[in-house]
Design a protein around this ligand. Structure first.
Ligand SMILES: Cc1ncc(COP(=O)(O)O)c(C=O)c1O
Length: 462
């Protein structure tokens, strides 16, 4: 039973280097059942805030320096859907990073948008870098008709984009700028971390509080920049209403309220956290096989452990950290794995992670072993045969993955996490995609969107 499993986990000694950012270390000041209410007198209404919820939203706007902030209970997923709908009309063109989360693709599908992608380069180890200003500038020049530009920054692995430059250029073309900063709610509280995306001039910035801050899963905030358009804010509010439950949880809203108090009062905790991270990265310079270093422009809270010449895959490193050091990581890929730190980490947690890596090196890994083969570009350019929504709505059949190369995908297929589509509806499937997904399945990575899970097939257009 799920409840038994959760209680077992709560009692276990496995330390979470994964979401949520509260790291399961907070005690709720109130029993959730005692504060779980609906919109009764005196408790305001998330969809028409005028009292205590509006006060929280004003506090969020003041903390982040936004014109208007909205609390959300359907994560950044709901925020991305609402933002894309607010910034576009049916049939519009949007410019978006090919590394966008699936919620942005879903918004594009439902809004029947034409999508123009901006691609990121990979590091030699196969991690997606930022796409950079030039990529967005060229896409804007080629598609001046686009209604909006959608940028993910920071990415799942913490890479950041030059948002002020991208936003300024998009604005000179009259485009709205949406930043999916689901992973960036902790930015701006200490100079060790990249600047806050809210300061970039973007029109809408979406942040998951639950990913990197002490707040319950599903909690998020959308920041809105005022524009000259009288209807802009009401469009945003309308779509937030459409994409979120009409019974928002007061338990979640309470958690956001507490998180906002933490942000108002806890800046020195970010400075201490930055100090712990600095020390961790300094120690990691002494590792001989693994490679752990924050790149320029990368959010150092995302600890990317590259396999280096250890001969291990990301999945093996992750498994061994769990078995040998009782540390659970957020994600593993072919040649790296990702540990998510947060301001809520126990003071000794980063030391435990370093010790775990060092122990592995001192054990059976002293011999230099060949590098794990690099993952080929997963999000590279594909032939777009049909608009995304048209492919998704078309008549389709399911083919075994191995037979799908050359066909047009009818729905997206993601490696999960991070939930960035490898196959996008409407694009022709390449044999490299099939190889990638087969290798991912062999490596035990989770694939979503395939019929019947990893062994299943792919929906293709008839
Ligand atoms: C870049 C990005 N955007 C949006 C989301 C969705 O966020 P949420 O889980 O808060 O709905 C995720 C989730 O992992 C993500 O990685």
């Amino acid at each position: 039973m799920l409840d038994d499993k959760l209680r077992e986990l709560a009692e276990s000694d496995v330390y979470p280097f994964h979401m949520p950012g509260h790291k399961r270390r907070l005690q709720s000041p109130a029993d959730p059942y005692r504060i779980d209410i609906t919109e009764i007198e005196g408790f305001d209404d998330l969809h028409d805030p005028q009292g205590v919820i509006l006060e929280e939203e004003e506090a969020a706007a003041a903390i982040y320096g936004a014109d208007r902030s909205y609390l959300m209970v359907n994560g950044s997923t709901g925020g991305n859907l609402a933002a894309v709908f607010a910034a576009t009309h049916d049939g519009d063109t949007v410019i978006m990073g090919r590394n966008c989360h699936k919620s942005v693709y879903h918004a594009a599908e439902l809004r029947r948008l034409r999508t123009v992608y901006v691609y990121s380069q990979l590091t030699p180890e196969g991690m997606a870098m930022e796409a950079g200003y030039e990529g967005y500038r060229q896409a804007i020049d080629r598609h001046p008709e686009a209604a909006a530009v959608i940028v993910t920054s920071p990415t799942y692995e913490g890479m950041t984009e030059p948002l002020p430059e991208i936003a300024a250029y998009a604005h000179t073309h009259g485009m709205k700028v949406i930043v999916d900063a689901a992973h960036g709610a902790h930015l701006g509280f200490d100079p060790y971390f990249p600047p806050s995306p809210v300061d970039s001039g973007a029109d809408l910035v979406i942040m998951s509080l639950h990913k990197t801050l002490p707040a319950l899963t599903q909690t998020a905030v959308l920041h809105c920049r005022r524009s000259g358009d009288d209807f802009w804010q009401s469009r945003v509010e309308h779509y937030l209403n459409c994409f979120q439950t009409s019974s928002p949880s007061y338990v979640l809203m309470d958690s956001m309220s507490l998180c906002l108090r933490f942000l108002q009062q806890g800046r020195e905790r970010f400075a201490a956290y930055a100090g712990r991270l600095r020390e961790f990265y300094r120690q990691c310079k002494t590792l001989r096989r693994f490679y752990v270093e924050a790149r320029p422009g990368q959010d150092p809270s995302k600890i990317v452990i590259f396999a280096g010449d250890s001969g291990l895959s990301g999945g093996e490193i992750s498994r061994r950290l769990r078995e040998e050091s009782r540390l659970a990581l957020e994600m593993s890929s072919f040649s790296y794995c990702l540990a998510m730190s947060s301001v809520m980490d126990e003071s000794g947690a980063l030391g435990r992670l370093f010790d775990g890596l060092r122990r592995m090196e001192e054990g059976d890994l002293l011999e230099k072993k060949s590098a794990v083969p690099m993952l080929r570009q997963p999000f590279a350019e594909h032939e777009a045969v049909l608009p995304l929504w048209e492919a998704a709505a078309s008549s389709q059949r399911v083919l075994p993955l191995a037979e799908s190369a050359g066909c047009v995908a009818a729905s997206e297929v993601c490696l999960y996490p991070p939930g960035i589509p490898v196959l996008v509806a409407g694009e022709r499937i390449k044999k490299e995609d099939v190889e990638l997904l087969e290798r991912a399945a062999e490596a035990g990575l989770k694939i979503t969107g395939c019929f019947r899970g990893n062994e299943g097939g792919v929906s293709v257009v008839n």
